[in-house]
Design a protein around this ligand. Structure first.
Ligand SMILES: NC(=O)c1ccc[n+]([C@@H]2O[C@H](COP(=O)([O-])OP(=O)(O)OC[C@H]3O[C@@H](n4cnc5c(N)ncnc54)[C@H](O)[C@@H]3O)[C@@H](O)[C@H]2O)c1
Length: 296
């Protein structure tokens, strides 16, 4: 594999593009929004600058990484020579089904189509194509250049060969891939989201305050970040949407989102990205500090 097309230049897409480019792949970064592409390249450049400052890479490696990335707003143009497409567009099943149908029409028949979805069924996405054996979940963690895990999700029809190729490729990126099957929440979110939801429920029931709950989990369970802060970091809207997918998928009330979470999302309190969630991030430096503390 040489050419990797990444769809979506947001939080995850720019991290995925960075990681492939730094490993020496040619990356075509595609977004419908010109501004997102500009911001994505800015983020990659800032992150590379930080790595140079910490002596993790040289200035030459930074330049080489940047020169491996080209940007596109046109999907057909961007995926033309791709051996692998990693889709990291907005988490919306209608949008993803549409993108995969288009990809199936325009990509070469050997191209593997991967999605970074947090919760949408890989089997359902694969069914929008005529190549379900070549569709797979490649669930990177945020921030992608730092986090070692990639959850590799096999759809119902994903072939052994494609799974093996993507597992090997993830290792080439310096990641530790874990193979899982396609059920709602996969493994990471199936376990994480009920814990975050329960910590919100604990707050909602008045058992303890925000800092108390986070302190118990940080100091008592050696979690690097408290669950309420982690929910802010992920985005409360994202947490709600993943819980709803699991609630719908399993028809089990244990995944029902806490009413406080639902209300906070309705009120526009989405965590770091909106400036307020369980904590106040109105001074932008505060959000950066949280991120830096987490990234150490
Ligand atoms: N944020 C996380 O912590 C996280 C972690 C793991 C997985 N994910 C998954 O990664 C995916 C992306 O999430 P994100 O947080 O980076 O979102 P984001 O909102 O930061 O970025 C999404 C980008 O997709 C672009 N986009 C929308 N429609 C498009 C289209 N048709 N073609 C090309 N680009 C398009 C948007 O312009 C935007 O730049 C989602 O599926 C999400 O569930 C997110």
């Amino acid at each position: 594999m040489k050419n990797i097309a990444v769809i979506g230049a947001g939080t995850m897409g720019n991290g995925i593009a960075h990681t492939f480019a730094q490993t020496g792949f040619k990356v075509q970064l595609i977004d419908i929004n010109e501004d997102s592409l500009k911001k994505g390249i800015e983020t990659i450049t800032n992150n590379l600058d930080r790595m140079v400052a910490k002596d993790r890479i040289t200035e030459d490696q930074k330049q080489q990484t940047l020169s491996n990335i080209s940007t596109f707003t046109d999907l057909t143009e961007g995926v033309k020579s791709a051996d692998l497409v990693v889709e990291a567009a907005t988490e919306n099943s209608e949008l993803k089904l549409k993108i995969f149908k288009q990809l199936d029409d325009i990509c070469s028949k050997d191209t593997i189509l991967a999605t970074n979805t947090s919760s949408i069924s890989i089997t359902q996405i694969a069914a929008a194509t005529m190549r379900p054996k070549q569709v797979i979940g490649m669930h990177f963690m945020n921030p992608v250049p730092i986090m070692k895990l990639v959850e590799i999700i096999r759809g119902y029809n994903t072939s052994d060969e494609v799974t093996k190729t993507i597992m090997e490729l993830s290792k080439t990126l310096g990641k530790d891939p874990v193979e899982v099957n396609d059920y709602p929440g996969f493994v990471a979110n199936r376990i994480l989201m009920p814990m975050l939801n329960e910590s919100i429920e604990t707050l909602y029931n008045g058992v303890a305050g925000v800092t108390e709950i986070d302190t118990v989990m940080k100091l008592g369970m050696a979690h690097p970040m408290g669950p309420l802060q982690l929910a802010d970091f992920i985005g409360l809207d994202v947490c709600l949407s993943i819980l709803n997918v699991m609630y719908d998928g399993f028809k089990n009330p244990k995944y029902a989102p806490c009413p406080l979470l639902v209300n906070m999302v309705r009120a526009g309190k989405l965590g770091i990205k909106s400036g307020e969630g369980f904590y106040d991030y109105s001074e932008s430096r505060k959000a950066e500090k949280v991120a830096e503390q987490f990234l150490k």
